[in-house]
Design a binder for this molecule. Structure first.
Ligand code: GLN
Length: 543
């Protein structure tokens, strides 16, 4: 008897050979292929690390922390899901080993196992299944995509693979589909695709008691039919169940590249579903067409501590790109090494080569004085500027120091004893000592003041909802002084949320993180404003 506590059909996505191959892209490609055929989908990701969530993880190592409406601090992949699939995920949709063990051990301490030996099977695997079912019933989706982080064969993934095995056994065969994304290298000295690592990965999967329904090979270039056939033979699949997804110039094209090989049809076939509508790909093609016909280009400077890792700022990069798509403009992002300016201010003139500058969120002391110099330069030299979160806080400090004359103005985050605490801990943060999940997080309603630039950017809306992740705030005691000196504070919730300068081409800083809601279809207004201003600046320069 199939278990009736399941609702949606499940597509599991596991990885083979190595991590970082774009398993997330395969997941969103499955999702878009289903959406395109009229199905409602939702997504869940399992991260086999012991952290409770990604909130305390270093973005340099692990990529950005993605913030949800309900204040979850999730794995970087959730940004891809939201942008690509336009779904709004909740924090419980990111399951980690840490959460699962925490729950089981807490129950054990409460005596809930009635003296039994608590074990990985069944107690850990049951808790994994319980969490998946919880997401299943809250989401009301037709199909739930479940991506398992890491790679098959990792010690950490074992309990999750066992849980999947049990779920597949408890359900009808057509209620689940297991997709393996594997890497096929193309070593330059042999110049042909090598499928051996994939064969080993399939063997690892089978030794966990699982058989793939579909394999997607990721590779630098298309691996060709004979390599695909080889993968099919070694994994016991028919040739129409193996697909090739090479690196693409435009990653948004992935679902279509796969579908041209029959991918969408195959997923539906495994799940025994009929398409509710024919796949036209109109909405995705419209975006791809806009990207292909871009007429302009702007260069944006991004100040950042984690200068080597695009993933640390991925939502910011994507939001800049989305704004560019709707302005027919290719956006090139360049890192600005702010520490250089701390030693030598004369180097600041290199900022002239940018059409705009963005200062994203961040924590800690490093590079702060350099960042403040960048803000001052942009303010005084009419360079379009957008500050996000820390960027908002530092823009108010810069203004207090250099316009209002409060020389040592600072944030108590960097200088707890500053004479002028322009930025200070939010009152309800003062007695918090634990780091995980304790910031002001998630969506809050913000009042936007009429006739400001921000209000124009948001289509003259007076109420907006944006996401947050911060402990400090603009100290309201100093607001009148800043305003008297010409700074416009253009939005407020419980705290000030935005500042702008009326006599500047574009100088805007916001306490919230609008990049978390940007999608290729709906660019974020502040980012749109920056690229629009950058484009205008460039046009004036070239005339
Ligand atoms: N460090 C600052 C704070 O905690 C800014 C945080 C951020 O930029 N996300 O308030």
């Amino acid at each position: 008897m199939p278990d009736s506590s399941y609702h949606a059909k499940y597509v599991f996505i596991v990885g083979g050979v190595m991590s970082g191959i774009g398993k997330g892209i395969v997941t969103v490609s499955v999702g878009r292929n289903l959406i395109e055929r009229g199905y409602k989908i939702d997504v869940c990701k399992i991260d086999p690390y012991l952290n409770i969530d990604a909130g305390t993880m270093n973005p340099f190592e692990h990529g950005e922390v993605f913030v949800t409406e309900d204040g979850g601090e999730l794995d970087v992949d959730f940004g891809h899901y939201q942008r690509f699939l336009q779904i709004d995920v909740k924090k419980n949709q990111n399951i980690t080993t840490g959460q699962v063990y925490y729950e089981v051990i807490t129950k054990e301490r409460n005596g809930e196992y009635l003296g039994k030996t608590v074990q990985v099977v069944p107690h850990i695997t049951d808790e994994i299944k319980r969490r998946i079912k919880e997401i299943d019933s809250q989401s009301k989706a037709d199909v739930l995509l479940i991506e398992i982080g890491g790679t098959v064969g990792d010690i950490e993934s074992q309990p999750f693979l066992e849980a999947i095995r049990q779920i597949m056994r408890e359900r009808e065969p057509s209620d689940t589909c297991l997709i393996m994304a594997t890497y096929v290298p193309y070593p330059p000295h042999v110049n042909e695709p090598k499928t051996k690592p994939t064969q080993h990965a399939v063997r690892d999967l089978k030794s966990a008691g699982l058989n793939p329904s579909i394999i997607v090979t990721r590779s630098p270039k298309d691996i060709g039919k004979s390599a695909l056939d080889k993968v099919a033979v070694y994994s016991g699949l028919s040739t129409d169940a193996v697909f090739s997804l090479p690196d693409l110039e435009e990653v948004l094209e992935s679902p279509i590249v796969l579908d041209k090989q029959g991918f969408g049809k195959k997923v539906l076939f495994v799940l025994n579903l009929e398409p509710k509508k024919e796949a036209t790909w109109d909405s995705l093609n419209k975006i791809l067409e806009l990207i292909k016909t871009q007429e302009n280009e702007v260069n944006i400077g991004l100040t950042g501590k984690y200068t080597k890792l695009k993933d640390a700022y991925i939502s910011v990069f994507e939001a800049l790109k989305h704004a560019g798509i709707h302005l027919k403009t290719k956006v090139n992002v360049h890192y600005i090494d702010v520490e250089e300016f701390e030693k030598d201010s004369s180097k600041l003139s290199i900022l002239e080569k940018y059409d705009g500058v963005i200062l994203p969120g961040g924590f800690g002391k490093r590079g702060i004085e350099g960042k403040i110099k960048v803000i001052q330069y942009c303010r005084e030299n009419n360079i379009p500027f957008l500050g996000i979160c820390l960027g908002f806080q530092l823009a108010s400090i810069e203004f207090a120091r250099n316009v209002c004359g409060l020389k040592d103005a600072h944030s108590t985050e960097m200088d707890p004893n500053t004479r002028y605490p322009i930025v200070d801990l939010q009152p309800d943060q003062k007695n918090i000592h634990r780091l995980g999940g304790t910031m002001r997080l998630g969506a809050h309603e913000i009042e936007v003041f009429p006739n400001t630039m921000l209000w124009e950017l948001y289509g003259q809306k007076e109420k907006i909802i944006e996401r947050h992740r911060h402990r400090y705030e603009l100290n309201p005691m100093y607001a009148p002084l800043l305003q008297d000196n010409g700074l416009v504070l253009s939005a407020k919730s419980k705290f000030y949320e935005a500042l702008e300068l009326p006599d500047h081409p574009f100088f805007l800083a916001v306490q919230f993180h609008p990049e978390f809601k940007s999608t290729p279809w709906n660019p974020s207004p502040p980012y749109y404003g920056l690229i629009d201003a950058a484009l205008k600046k460039k046009k004036v320069k070239s005339n």
